[in-house]
Design a protein around this ligand. Structure first.
Ligand SMILES: [Fe+2]
Length: 264
């Protein structure tokens, strides 16, 4: 069993620019950061909304170990088949019972089981089941299997994100926020060893409004009409975090922000 696991988590992959950036940079990022596991949020990979099986398999072939998601995962209905398969692609665990797919996956990394949980917030989002109770219960059950537990919390509210990290601190190794696509500068390790950041950002077009066309975004605000969003076709940012976890204790020893511009 290794002493530590280094996890590379990358923010929401947004459209073709995001996938393209990972295509060119993921292998070297993995090597540069000596990552043992790579986790990306893929809920915006298909034209900004949802993900297809083809794109998911492309991400796996680039070296992604686990794909997490969020509220937009349902946009491309054909992904349900993959969500229901044993491929390591997950949706938030706190959707009601009977929802397709799974909210947790355990993968083997250097002979160590590493659990990845996906949860979704409820403030300014759909009122699905409670992420606090669901997260606590999953983390409790996982203790017998592994202490290395990473959580993608897909949520809008900063307060809800910090609260959940505090609630699960001591039971999980990291709670990493996604959904807003804007990387925050508040990475920290909580008192009982849970690495935390409010939002790790995105892998998507840098000249954009959270990934989408700036012009259409402005027009939407000016006109108040539900204009169809388009992915901004520019070069991309690649954003996320690197987290180092002590395998014996499951506590994080380091969290470091990653933010770079891709050349394509
Ligand atoms: Fe997203």
């Amino acid at each position: 069993m290794p002493d530590k696991i280094t996890a590379l988590l990358l923010g929401d992959v947004f459209g073709t620019p995001g996938v393209r950036a990972l295509f060119t940079r993921l292998a070297s990022l993995r090597k540069d950061h000596k990552a043992d596991i790579v986790i990306v949020n893929g809920e915006n990979a298909s034209e900004g909304l949802g993900i297809t099986e083809e794109i998911a398999e492309q991400l796996f072939s680039l070296g992604v170990d686990v794909i997490t998601s969020g509220n937009h995962i349902w946009h491309r209905r054909e992904i349900v088949k993959l969500l229901d398969s044993d491929r390591p692609i997950i949706r938030p665990a706190n959707y009601p019972p009977g929802t397709p797919g799974k909210g947790l996956v355990v993968v083997n990394v250097k002979s160590t089981p590493v659990a990845v949980i996906n949860l979704q917030g409820r403030q300014d989002m759909r009122s699905i089941d409670c992420p606090f109770r669901t997260g606590k219960e999953i983390a409790r059950k996982l203790q017998a299997q592994t202490k290395v537990i990473l959580t993608d919390f897909h949520a809008e509210s900063v307060g809800e994100k910090e609260s959940l990290a505090f609630h699960l601190d001591g039971q999980i190794s990291a709670l990493i926020g996604t959904h807003t696509h804007i990387q925050t500068a508040d990475e920290k390790i909580m008192p009982q060893g849970c690495a935390y950041i409010t939002d790790m950002g995105m892998c998507g077009p840098d000249d954009s409004v959270i990934g989408s066309s700036k012009e259409i975004s402005v027009q939407r605000s000016l006109s108040q009409m539900p204009l169809k969003m388009e992915v901004s076709d520019t070069s991309a940012v690649i954003q996320g975090v690197k987290v180092v976890i002590d395998v014996k204790t499951g506590k994080a020893t380091k969290i470091e922000r990653i933010s770079e511009r891709s050349l394509v």
